[in-house]
Design a protein around this ligand. Structure first.
Ligand code: PLP
Length: 437
Protein backbone atom coordinates (compact mmCIF):
# COMPACT_ATOMS: atom_id res chain seq x y z
CA UNK A 1 0.00 0.00 0.00
CA UNK A 2 1.41 3.43 -0.91
CA UNK A 3 1.43 6.30 1.59
CA UNK A 4 -1.33 7.96 -0.39
CA UNK A 5 -3.54 4.85 -0.34
CA UNK A 6 -2.98 4.42 3.38
CA UNK A 7 -3.86 8.08 4.02
CA UNK A 8 -7.06 7.72 1.98
CA UNK A 9 -8.08 4.55 3.77
CA UNK A 10 -7.48 6.08 7.21
CA UNK A 11 -9.24 9.33 6.27
CA UNK A 12 -12.34 7.40 5.20
CA UNK A 13 -12.39 5.40 8.43
CA UNK A 14 -11.82 8.58 10.43
CA UNK A 15 -14.81 10.30 8.81
CA UNK A 16 -17.03 7.26 9.36
CA UNK A 17 -16.15 6.40 12.96
CA UNK A 18 -14.07 8.97 14.83
CA UNK A 19 -15.84 11.87 16.56
CA UNK A 20 -13.05 14.36 17.23
CA UNK A 21 -12.99 16.30 20.51
CA UNK A 22 -13.54 20.06 20.20
CA UNK A 23 -13.90 19.84 16.43
CA UNK A 24 -15.89 21.57 13.68
CA UNK A 25 -17.88 18.37 13.15
CA UNK A 26 -19.48 19.29 9.81
CA UNK A 27 -16.26 20.57 8.23
CA UNK A 28 -14.33 17.62 9.61
CA UNK A 29 -16.88 15.26 8.05
CA UNK A 30 -16.56 16.99 4.69
CA UNK A 31 -12.78 17.28 4.49
CA UNK A 32 -11.52 14.54 6.80
CA UNK A 33 -8.45 14.91 9.01
CA UNK A 34 -5.88 17.58 8.07
CA UNK A 35 -2.98 15.49 9.36
CA UNK A 36 -2.80 11.84 10.39
CA UNK A 37 0.32 11.81 12.51
CA UNK A 38 2.54 8.78 12.71
CA UNK A 39 5.79 9.87 14.39
CA UNK A 40 7.30 12.59 16.54
CA UNK A 41 10.83 13.68 17.38
CA UNK A 42 11.74 16.78 19.39
CA UNK A 43 9.57 19.64 18.13
CA UNK A 44 8.69 17.80 14.91
CA UNK A 45 5.70 15.65 13.91
CA UNK A 46 5.48 13.52 10.77
CA UNK A 47 2.26 12.43 9.03
CA UNK A 48 1.19 9.52 6.80
CA UNK A 49 2.22 11.48 3.69
CA UNK A 50 5.73 11.96 5.08
CA UNK A 51 5.18 15.69 5.77
CA UNK A 52 7.28 17.04 8.64
CA UNK A 53 5.86 19.94 10.64
CA UNK A 54 6.91 21.88 13.75
CA UNK A 55 4.48 21.23 16.59
CA UNK A 56 4.17 24.88 17.56
CA UNK A 57 1.52 24.04 20.17
CA UNK A 58 3.24 21.09 21.92
CA UNK A 59 0.09 19.37 20.57
CA UNK A 60 -2.28 20.61 23.33
CA UNK A 61 0.17 22.76 25.34
CA UNK A 62 1.39 19.54 26.91
CA UNK A 63 4.33 17.83 25.16
CA UNK A 64 6.78 19.87 27.25
CA UNK A 65 9.74 17.47 26.94
CA UNK A 66 9.22 17.11 23.17
CA UNK A 67 8.25 14.10 21.08
CA UNK A 68 9.99 10.73 20.83
CA UNK A 69 11.58 10.59 24.31
CA UNK A 70 12.67 6.98 24.69
CA UNK A 71 13.23 7.38 28.47
CA UNK A 72 9.50 8.00 28.91
CA UNK A 73 8.54 5.01 26.79
CA UNK A 74 10.92 2.87 28.84
CA UNK A 75 9.55 4.16 32.17
CA UNK A 76 6.03 3.24 30.99
CA UNK A 77 7.11 -0.15 29.71
CA UNK A 78 9.04 -1.05 32.90
CA UNK A 79 6.11 -0.08 35.12
CA UNK A 80 3.56 -1.91 32.96
CA UNK A 81 5.66 -5.04 33.05
CA UNK A 82 5.98 -5.01 36.85
CA UNK A 83 2.64 -3.53 37.94
CA UNK A 84 0.38 -2.04 35.27
CA UNK A 85 -2.46 -1.06 37.57
CA UNK A 86 -3.66 -1.21 41.10
CA UNK A 87 -6.19 0.91 42.95
CA UNK A 88 -5.36 3.84 45.23
CA UNK A 89 -8.81 3.87 46.78
CA UNK A 90 -9.11 3.57 50.52
CA UNK A 91 -5.84 2.38 52.08
CA UNK A 92 -4.20 0.86 48.96
CA UNK A 93 -1.08 2.49 47.60
CA UNK A 94 1.77 2.04 45.11
CA UNK A 95 5.36 3.22 44.91
CA UNK A 96 5.25 5.49 41.79
CA UNK A 97 2.19 7.35 43.15
CA UNK A 98 3.81 7.83 46.57
CA UNK A 99 7.12 9.03 45.09
CA UNK A 100 5.38 11.33 42.60
CA UNK A 101 3.17 12.90 45.30
CA UNK A 102 6.30 13.59 47.38
CA UNK A 103 8.17 14.99 44.35
CA UNK A 104 5.32 17.31 43.35
CA UNK A 105 4.94 18.46 46.97
CA UNK A 106 8.64 19.24 46.98
CA UNK A 107 8.49 21.22 43.71
CA UNK A 108 5.27 23.10 44.50
CA UNK A 109 5.52 26.66 45.81
CA UNK A 110 5.30 27.42 49.54
CA UNK A 111 3.01 25.40 51.74
CA UNK A 112 1.45 23.24 48.99
CA UNK A 113 2.23 19.74 50.17
CA UNK A 114 -0.35 16.98 49.56
CA UNK A 115 -1.52 15.64 46.20
CA UNK A 116 -4.85 14.20 45.01
CA UNK A 117 -4.40 12.52 41.61
CA UNK A 118 -6.87 12.58 38.70
CA UNK A 119 -6.70 11.51 35.03
CA UNK A 120 -6.51 15.03 33.59
CA UNK A 121 -7.10 18.76 34.01
CA UNK A 122 -10.91 18.89 33.94
CA UNK A 123 -11.09 16.29 36.69
CA UNK A 124 -8.44 18.22 38.63
CA UNK A 125 -10.58 21.36 38.59
CA UNK A 126 -13.78 19.49 39.48
CA UNK A 127 -11.85 17.93 42.35
CA UNK A 128 -10.71 21.35 43.58
CA UNK A 129 -14.30 22.71 43.60
CA UNK A 130 -15.61 19.65 45.42
CA UNK A 131 -12.80 19.70 47.96
CA UNK A 132 -13.37 23.44 48.52
CA UNK A 133 -17.08 22.92 49.17
CA UNK A 134 -16.48 19.88 51.36
CA UNK A 135 -13.84 21.83 53.29
CA UNK A 136 -16.39 24.51 54.21
CA UNK A 137 -18.94 21.85 55.20
CA UNK A 138 -16.34 20.41 57.60
CA UNK A 139 -15.63 23.92 58.90
CA UNK A 140 -19.34 24.33 59.74
CA UNK A 141 -20.00 26.80 56.89
CA UNK A 142 -22.03 24.79 54.33
CA UNK A 143 -23.45 27.97 52.81
CA UNK A 144 -20.00 28.76 51.41
CA UNK A 145 -20.37 27.06 48.03
CA UNK A 146 -20.11 29.66 45.23
CA UNK A 147 -17.08 29.48 42.95
CA UNK A 148 -15.77 32.65 41.32
CA UNK A 149 -13.86 32.38 38.09
CA UNK A 150 -12.82 34.94 35.45
CA UNK A 151 -14.08 36.10 32.06
CA UNK A 152 -12.22 34.55 29.15
CA UNK A 153 -10.97 31.63 31.27
CA UNK A 154 -10.85 27.95 30.28
CA UNK A 155 -10.99 25.23 32.92
CA UNK A 156 -12.02 22.12 30.96
CA UNK A 157 -15.09 20.17 29.97
CA UNK A 158 -16.33 18.23 33.01
CA UNK A 159 -19.56 19.76 34.34
CA UNK A 160 -17.84 21.75 37.09
CA UNK A 161 -14.88 22.67 34.90
CA UNK A 162 -17.16 23.98 32.13
CA UNK A 163 -19.34 25.80 34.65
CA UNK A 164 -16.24 27.77 35.70
CA UNK A 165 -15.14 28.43 32.12
CA UNK A 166 -15.49 32.11 31.27
CA UNK A 167 -15.46 31.48 27.50
CA UNK A 168 -19.23 31.54 27.05
CA UNK A 169 -19.55 29.29 23.94
CA UNK A 170 -18.35 26.34 26.05
CA UNK A 171 -21.10 26.98 28.59
CA UNK A 172 -23.71 27.57 25.89
CA UNK A 173 -22.90 24.19 24.31
CA UNK A 174 -25.18 22.55 26.82
CA UNK A 175 -28.18 23.99 28.58
CA UNK A 176 -27.68 22.87 32.13
CA UNK A 177 -24.49 23.19 34.15
CA UNK A 178 -23.47 23.16 37.79
CA UNK A 179 -25.08 26.03 39.75
CA UNK A 180 -23.28 28.70 41.81
CA UNK A 181 -20.51 29.73 39.41
CA UNK A 182 -19.79 33.46 38.90
CA UNK A 183 -17.36 35.50 36.80
CA UNK A 184 -15.17 38.48 37.59
CA UNK A 185 -13.38 40.69 35.08
CA UNK A 186 -10.11 38.92 34.34
CA UNK A 187 -8.00 42.08 34.37
CA UNK A 188 -9.22 43.68 37.59
CA UNK A 189 -8.89 42.52 41.21
CA UNK A 190 -11.34 45.31 42.11
CA UNK A 191 -13.98 43.49 40.03
CA UNK A 192 -13.39 40.35 42.12
CA UNK A 193 -13.75 42.36 45.35
CA UNK A 194 -16.94 43.93 44.05
CA UNK A 195 -18.42 40.53 43.15
CA UNK A 196 -17.47 39.07 46.56
CA UNK A 197 -19.13 41.98 48.37
CA UNK A 198 -22.20 41.83 46.14
CA UNK A 199 -22.72 38.07 46.56
CA UNK A 200 -21.68 38.00 50.22
CA UNK A 201 -18.36 36.43 51.28
CA UNK A 202 -20.24 34.04 53.57
CA UNK A 203 -21.59 32.33 50.40
CA UNK A 204 -18.27 32.03 48.53
CA UNK A 205 -16.12 28.89 48.68
CA UNK A 206 -13.30 29.58 46.25
CA UNK A 207 -11.78 31.63 43.47
CA UNK A 208 -10.09 29.92 40.50
CA UNK A 209 -7.68 31.40 37.94
CA UNK A 210 -5.10 30.42 35.36
CA UNK A 211 -1.81 32.30 36.04
CA UNK A 212 -1.84 33.10 32.31
CA UNK A 213 -5.07 32.49 30.41
CA UNK A 214 -4.25 29.97 27.67
CA UNK A 215 -7.19 28.92 25.53
CA UNK A 216 -8.63 32.44 25.89
CA UNK A 217 -5.71 33.76 23.83
CA UNK A 218 -2.62 33.89 26.08
CA UNK A 219 -3.44 36.73 28.46
CA UNK A 220 -1.10 37.32 31.40
CA UNK A 221 -2.72 39.03 34.40
CA UNK A 222 -1.85 42.67 35.18
CA UNK A 223 1.04 43.30 37.57
CA UNK A 224 0.16 42.66 41.24
CA UNK A 225 -3.25 41.23 40.24
CA UNK A 226 -2.69 37.92 42.04
CA UNK A 227 -1.17 39.59 45.11
CA UNK A 228 -4.37 41.62 45.46
CA UNK A 229 -6.50 38.52 44.83
CA UNK A 230 -4.63 36.70 47.62
CA UNK A 231 -5.28 39.63 50.00
CA UNK A 232 -8.99 39.71 49.18
CA UNK A 233 -9.26 35.92 49.63
CA UNK A 234 -7.53 36.18 53.04
CA UNK A 235 -9.70 39.11 54.07
CA UNK A 236 -12.93 37.24 53.28
CA UNK A 237 -11.99 33.61 53.98
CA UNK A 238 -12.09 32.43 50.36
CA UNK A 239 -9.93 29.58 49.04
CA UNK A 240 -7.65 30.49 46.12
CA UNK A 241 -7.25 27.80 43.43
CA UNK A 242 -4.51 28.18 40.78
CA UNK A 243 -5.27 26.30 37.55
CA UNK A 244 -1.73 25.44 36.43
CA UNK A 245 -2.87 22.83 33.91
CA UNK A 246 -1.04 24.66 31.08
CA UNK A 247 1.42 26.78 33.06
CA UNK A 248 2.77 23.96 35.25
CA UNK A 249 6.00 22.06 34.70
CA UNK A 250 8.16 24.73 33.15
CA UNK A 251 5.99 26.30 30.44
CA UNK A 252 6.29 29.93 31.66
CA UNK A 253 10.01 29.77 32.49
CA UNK A 254 9.57 28.64 36.09
CA UNK A 255 8.31 25.28 37.32
CA UNK A 256 4.87 26.81 38.07
CA UNK A 257 3.35 30.04 36.75
CA UNK A 258 2.30 31.37 40.18
CA UNK A 259 5.96 31.50 41.26
CA UNK A 260 6.25 34.68 39.17
CA UNK A 261 3.11 36.26 40.58
CA UNK A 262 4.09 36.61 44.24
CA UNK A 263 0.94 34.83 45.47
CA UNK A 264 0.52 31.40 46.94
CA UNK A 265 -2.68 29.45 46.26
CA UNK A 266 -4.48 27.13 48.71
CA UNK A 267 -4.89 24.55 45.95
CA UNK A 268 -3.01 24.12 42.68
CA UNK A 269 -4.37 22.04 39.78
CA UNK A 270 -2.01 20.42 37.30
CA UNK A 271 -2.14 17.99 34.33
CA UNK A 272 -0.69 18.12 30.77
CA UNK A 273 3.06 18.87 31.27
CA UNK A 274 3.30 16.58 34.32
CA UNK A 275 3.78 13.67 31.91
CA UNK A 276 4.48 15.75 28.76
CA UNK A 277 1.39 14.00 27.40
CA UNK A 278 3.01 10.54 27.37
CA UNK A 279 0.33 9.25 29.79
CA UNK A 280 -2.91 10.76 31.09
CA UNK A 281 -2.51 12.31 34.54
CA UNK A 282 -3.62 15.33 36.55
CA UNK A 283 -4.15 16.33 40.12
CA UNK A 284 -4.59 18.93 42.83
CA UNK A 285 -1.93 19.94 45.36
CA UNK A 286 -3.39 21.09 48.70
CA UNK A 287 -1.79 23.41 51.23
CA UNK A 288 -0.53 21.84 54.44
CA UNK A 289 -3.23 23.76 56.33
CA UNK A 290 -6.07 22.38 54.20
CA UNK A 291 -4.63 18.88 54.37
CA UNK A 292 -4.28 19.09 58.18
CA UNK A 293 -7.81 20.48 58.52
CA UNK A 294 -9.17 17.57 56.45
CA UNK A 295 -7.30 15.09 58.64
CA UNK A 296 -8.52 16.78 61.81
CA UNK A 297 -12.15 17.43 60.91
CA UNK A 298 -13.12 14.49 58.71
CA UNK A 299 -14.31 11.35 60.45
CA UNK A 300 -16.10 9.89 57.42
CA UNK A 301 -14.88 8.76 54.00
CA UNK A 302 -13.44 11.24 51.46
CA UNK A 303 -16.14 10.40 48.91
CA UNK A 304 -14.27 11.48 45.81
CA UNK A 305 -11.93 9.43 43.62
CA UNK A 306 -11.33 8.30 40.06
CA UNK A 307 -10.49 4.73 39.08
CA UNK A 308 -7.24 6.06 37.64
CA UNK A 309 -6.29 8.32 40.58
CA UNK A 310 -2.64 7.43 41.27
CA UNK A 311 -2.29 5.21 38.18
CA UNK A 312 1.13 3.51 38.63
CA UNK A 313 2.17 3.71 34.96
CA UNK A 314 1.17 7.38 34.57
CA UNK A 315 2.96 8.24 37.82
CA UNK A 316 6.14 6.39 36.72
CA UNK A 317 6.11 8.34 33.44
CA UNK A 318 5.60 11.61 35.34
CA UNK A 319 8.59 10.91 37.62
CA UNK A 320 10.83 10.30 34.61
CA UNK A 321 9.42 13.35 32.81
CA UNK A 322 10.08 15.65 35.77
CA UNK A 323 13.61 14.29 35.94
CA UNK A 324 14.10 15.23 32.26
CA UNK A 325 12.69 18.74 32.84
CA UNK A 326 15.02 19.28 35.81
CA UNK A 327 18.11 17.61 34.34
CA UNK A 328 17.87 19.42 31.01
CA UNK A 329 16.82 22.74 32.57
CA UNK A 330 13.76 22.90 30.34
CA UNK A 331 12.11 25.66 32.35
CA UNK A 332 15.22 27.83 31.89
CA UNK A 333 15.20 27.00 28.18
CA UNK A 334 11.50 28.00 28.06
CA UNK A 335 12.42 31.40 29.54
CA UNK A 336 15.28 32.00 27.06
CA UNK A 337 13.57 30.66 23.92
CA UNK A 338 10.31 32.36 24.97
CA UNK A 339 12.09 35.74 25.01
CA UNK A 340 13.57 35.03 21.58
CA UNK A 341 10.15 34.07 20.20
CA UNK A 342 8.46 37.17 21.64
CA UNK A 343 11.27 39.49 20.50
CA UNK A 344 11.27 37.87 17.04
CA UNK A 345 7.52 38.44 16.70
CA UNK A 346 7.97 42.03 17.89
CA UNK A 347 10.56 42.56 15.18
CA UNK A 348 8.04 41.23 12.61
CA UNK A 349 5.43 43.53 14.18
CA UNK A 350 7.76 46.48 13.47
CA UNK A 351 7.96 45.44 9.79
CA UNK A 352 4.37 44.37 9.16
CA UNK A 353 1.22 46.33 9.75
CA UNK A 354 -1.16 43.49 10.58
CA UNK A 355 0.34 42.36 13.90
CA UNK A 356 -1.29 43.98 16.92
CA UNK A 357 -0.31 42.94 20.41
CA UNK A 358 2.47 40.37 21.04
CA UNK A 359 2.07 38.99 24.57
CA UNK A 360 2.99 36.07 26.81
CA UNK A 361 5.52 34.59 29.20
CA UNK A 362 8.01 31.81 28.58
CA UNK A 363 6.84 29.53 25.79
CA UNK A 364 3.23 30.74 25.84
CA UNK A 365 2.93 33.47 23.25
CA UNK A 366 -0.10 35.19 21.70
CA UNK A 367 -0.06 37.18 18.46
CA UNK A 368 -2.96 39.48 17.75
CA UNK A 369 -3.98 40.07 14.13
CA UNK A 370 -5.33 43.51 13.15
CA UNK A 371 -6.26 45.16 9.86
CA UNK A 372 -3.77 47.90 10.54
CA UNK A 373 -1.72 48.84 13.56
CA UNK A 374 -2.62 52.54 13.48
CA UNK A 375 -6.34 52.04 14.00
CA UNK A 376 -6.03 48.59 15.68
CA UNK A 377 -9.11 47.86 13.56
CA UNK A 378 -10.04 44.22 13.12
CA UNK A 379 -10.54 42.50 9.78
CA UNK A 380 -14.26 42.12 8.89
CA UNK A 381 -13.71 38.35 8.94
CA UNK A 382 -11.24 36.62 11.20
CA UNK A 383 -7.89 36.10 9.54
CA UNK A 384 -6.30 33.74 12.07
CA UNK A 385 -7.75 30.59 10.37
CA UNK A 386 -6.19 31.73 7.06
CA UNK A 387 -2.82 32.15 8.79
CA UNK A 388 -3.10 28.73 10.40
CA UNK A 389 -3.70 27.09 7.02
CA UNK A 390 -0.77 29.02 5.49
CA UNK A 391 1.49 28.03 8.39
CA UNK A 392 0.54 24.36 8.04
CA UNK A 393 1.43 24.49 4.33
CA UNK A 394 4.84 25.87 5.30
CA UNK A 395 5.46 23.26 8.03
CA UNK A 396 4.23 24.84 11.26
CA UNK A 397 1.26 24.00 13.46
CA UNK A 398 -0.16 26.78 15.59
CA UNK A 399 -3.64 27.52 16.83
CA UNK A 400 -6.13 30.35 16.66
CA UNK A 401 -8.42 31.78 19.27
CA UNK A 402 -11.86 31.19 17.92
CA UNK A 403 -13.90 32.82 20.65
CA UNK A 404 -15.56 36.23 20.83
CA UNK A 405 -14.02 39.24 19.14
CA UNK A 406 -10.42 38.10 19.28
CA UNK A 407 -8.40 37.44 16.17
CA UNK A 408 -5.22 35.93 17.51
CA UNK A 409 -2.78 33.07 17.11
CA UNK A 410 -1.23 31.19 20.01
CA UNK A 411 2.13 29.41 20.19
CA UNK A 412 3.40 26.99 22.83
CA UNK A 413 6.17 24.81 21.34
CA UNK A 414 7.91 22.04 23.30
CA UNK A 415 10.27 23.40 25.97
CA UNK A 416 13.23 21.65 24.29
CA UNK A 417 12.96 23.92 21.21
CA UNK A 418 16.31 25.27 19.94
CA UNK A 419 17.26 28.81 18.91
CA UNK A 420 17.30 27.74 15.24
CA UNK A 421 13.84 26.20 15.53
CA UNK A 422 12.50 29.39 17.13
CA UNK A 423 13.95 31.35 14.19
CA UNK A 424 12.23 28.97 11.78
CA UNK A 425 8.85 29.55 13.51
CA UNK A 426 9.30 33.32 13.21
CA UNK A 427 10.36 33.07 9.56
CA UNK A 428 7.36 30.91 8.65
CA UNK A 429 4.97 33.27 10.44
CA UNK A 430 6.40 36.33 8.69
CA UNK A 431 5.90 34.61 5.32
CA UNK A 432 2.28 33.88 6.31
CA UNK A 433 1.67 37.49 7.32
CA UNK A 434 3.10 38.64 3.98
CA UNK A 435 0.68 36.24 2.24
CA UNK A 436 -2.18 37.76 4.27
CA UNK A 437 -1.26 41.34 3.39
N1 PLP B 1 -7.44 23.94 32.69
C1 PLP B 1 -6.77 24.59 31.72
C2 PLP B 1 -6.13 25.90 32.02
C3 PLP B 1 -6.67 24.02 30.43
O1 PLP B 1 -6.04 24.69 29.46
C4 PLP B 1 -7.25 22.76 30.20
C5 PLP B 1 -7.14 22.12 28.89
O2 PLP B 1 -6.70 22.69 27.91
C6 PLP B 1 -7.95 22.13 31.25
C7 PLP B 1 -8.01 22.75 32.48
C8 PLP B 1 -8.63 20.82 31.03
O3 PLP B 1 -7.70 19.80 31.00
P1 PLP B 1 -8.06 18.37 30.33
O4 PLP B 1 -8.27 18.65 28.88
O5 PLP B 1 -6.84 17.54 30.64
O6 PLP B 1 -9.27 17.85 30.99
Amino acid sequence: MTNEQKTQELAALDKAHFIHPTSPIKQQQEHGPSFIFTEGKGVYLKDTNGNKVIDGMSSLWNVNAGHGRKELAEAASEQMKTLAFTSSFSTFSNEPAIRLAAKIADLSPGELSAVFFTSGGSEANDTAYKLARHYWILKGKPEKKKIISRNNSYHGVAMGATSATGLKPFRDFTNSLAPDFYFANSQSAASFRHLVEQEGPETIAAFIAEPIQGAGGVHPAPENYFKEIRQICDEYGILFIADEVITGFGRTGTMFGMEQEGAEPDMMCFAKGVTSGYAPLGGVVLSKKMHNDFKKLSDGVLLHGYTYSGHPMSCAVALENIEIIEKEGLQENAAIRGKELTQGFKAVQARRNTIGEVRGKGLMVGLEIVKDQGSQEKFPTKQAPFLIAEAAKRGLICRSVVFGEQDALVFAPPLCITKEEVEKVIEIMEDCIVALE
